[in-house]
Ligand binder design. Structure first.
Ligand SMILES: Nc1ncnc2c1ncn2[C@@H]1O[C@H](COP(=O)(O)OP(=O)(O)O)[C@@H](O)[C@H]1O
Ligand SMILES: [Mg+2]
Length: 503
């Protein structure tokens, strides 16, 4: 409308005579026009901001997002499950808070809590074993210790199969547990032929009959004797040798039974000696070889360690136990392997029962354990039974390549070692150097990001693989734990014997 009026005035002919009336009419028209223009301008403004309203903090209503006010969206709270779906590859599902605090999830997941039994129940892991890799001094043992100590304080039990540096002694004693020290010249002895703890039920949960128990003990004893013979001969046994050992064991059990005591290795040696008189030449020869082999257990640097009845009572009820073999530093590799085998088998015989509740079994610096076939086999079997007996195994190694110590790549032993790795549903990698990392990344299919992460992990922080998920976790130690777990200070005092095998 304003346009129309405007057009009219523009079209008044300039040269036309204007009477007073006409002049007045023109003035009135101009004024009206001006009013209408002002109204139009206002209308135009209102059209731009029709509902404009201002508060002290800026525009409200429809304009509220167009003002100068800085936007501050409210944080969203959601479950990690939803977050993992909404932000794939950024947010992983957490392990939940169902467990004991171990440290911080470095990717914003907050507290990292871990309880293998709960994770098993939840279906996150299907095997009850953990492997821990990393360079010396990166915090592997500290992680194992903090995990173990916190579990023990929560009512579980702990057994350290063979503690080569004696670094668990303080920890186990601190928990009120029993430490057995074995080594040349020490008065403590472990009898590898001890029957072990009799469980009230078998693996299937059936009541343990006398026959079943006798069979279990027989199998265990035969297994450790064969293991020892294999370690000491550094080869597989022949059939006659195997047969002779078996006969000698039965004879040793009979003789000791008559004297109302448990059989010991010298009983087996004695039986083998008697069997050398066997009419059959092959049998006599096998008995002779085995006798001389087993005699090694009760002579030289091994004498007095495994050749008599056990001198310490280690109850299956004890909340923490460890076998400290640090006195063996500098002993021959053969002797170290015998000690590992005996200590491992003995510990397993003690813990293979459902009655003792849930237990963590630690294999510290486990490369020795996996360099002997019989030992490795025992471990593979033991680990398969772990779930049934409520055991969670932790094996500490330097690097995955240590598994190759089990034999050359194609061998049966290497395959067994790899099966240990495959069965370990919890794998933790601490800092590694480039060469170790190459094997690790290919064996564990690490992503490029994970590889560069592992190379630069600070002390105490590790990459965790739990089933299919990965976490970067900083293990947090308490003020009470720090001095208890400190290996640096101890290393200074006993630096000479630490050797290159310190893990
Ligand atoms: N999470 C941690 N926080 C603080 N100190 C740590 C942590 N982990 C390890 N340490 C310290 O580092 C030293 C070496 O750790 P250790 O666990 O013995 O290493 P590894 O077993 O890998 O050789 C120990 O003295 C320990 O006190
Ligand atoms: Mg260590």
């Amino acid at each position: 409308m304003a346009e129309t009026k405007h057009a009219v005035i523009e079209f008044i002919e300039p040269g036309r005579t204007q009477t007073e009336d006409a002049k007045r009419a023109a003035r009135q028209l101009r004024r009206r026009l001006e009013k209408e223009r002002a109204a139009a301008r206002k209308a135009e403004q209102l059209d731009k901001f029709p509902e404009q309203e201002w508060s002290s903090k800026g525009p409200r209503g429809k304009q509220k997002l167009r003002g100068l006010k800085v936007l501050a969206p409210r944080p969203v709270r959601t479950t990690s499950h939803t977050a993992a779906t909404a932000y794939p590859f950024v947010a992983g599902p957490g392990v939940g808070a169902n467990g004991l605090y171990l440290g911080r999830d470095q990717h914003g997941g907050g507290a990292f809590c871990f309880d293998p039994w709960a994770l098993y129940e939840a279906g996150v892991i299907s095997g009850m074993s953990m492997m821990l890799f990393g360079q010396v001094g990166t915090g592997k043992s500290s992680l194992a210790k903090s995990l173990a100590v916190r579990q023990v304080l929560a009512g579980r039990k702990l057994s350290v199969a063979s503690d080569k540096k004696g670094e668990w002694t303080r920890v186990v004693k601190g928990l009120g547990g029993t430490v057995i020290q074995v080594g040349p010249g020490l008065s403590t002895r472990l009898n590898p032929l001890d029957p072990g703890t009799r469980p009230s039920t078998d693996v299937q949960g059936h009541l343990m009959t006398d026959e079943a128990w006798a069979m279990m003990v027989r199998t265990r004893r035969m297994s450790i004797i064969v293991t020892l013979a294999k370690i000491l001969t550094d080869r597989d046994l022949t059939s006659p040798e195997h047969h002779m050992l078996s006969q000698a064991l039965d004879e040793a059990v009979r003789i000791s039974g008559e004297q109302d005591r448990v059989p010991v290795i010298p009983d087996v040696i004695g039986a083998l000696q008697a069997m050398r008189q066997d009419g059959d030449v092959m049998a006599a020869e096998a008995a002779s070889v085995m006798m001389m082999t087993m005699a090694r257990v009760s002579s030289g640097d091994l004498a007095g360690m495994f050749d008599g009845e056990t001198t310490v009572m280690m109850s299956a009820e004890a909340r923490a136990t460890s076998i400290d073999t640090s006195a063996l530093r500098g002993a021959s590799p053969e002797a170290v392997r015998v000690v590992n085998a005996c200590a491992g088998a003995w510990t397993e015989a003690m813990v293979t029962t459902r009655d003792g509740g849930q237990r963590i079994v630690i294999y510290e610096e486990g490369w020795d354990n996996i360099s002997s076939e019989a030992d490795l086999r025992r471990m593979v079997e033991q680990w398969k039974l772990a779930r049934a007996y409520g055991i969670f195994n932790i094996l500490v190694l330097h690097k995955i390549a240590d598994l190759d110590m089990a034999g050359d790549r194609s061998s049966r032993m290497a395959a067994m070692a790899k099966s240990l790795l495959a069965d370990a549903d919890v794998k933790v990698i601490y800092r590694q150097d480039r060469s170790a990392l190459q094997v690790t990344s290919s064996e564990m299919e690490l992503s490029d990001r994970e590889v560069s992460l592992v190379r630069s992990l600070p002390k105490g922080t590790g990459l965790w693989r739990l089933g299919d998920s990965s976490f970067e976790v900083k293990n947090e130690l308490t003020k009470a734990e720090l001095p208890l777990f400190d290996t640096d200070e101890r290393m200074d005092k006993t630096a000479t014997g630490a050797g290159s095998h310190a893990a």
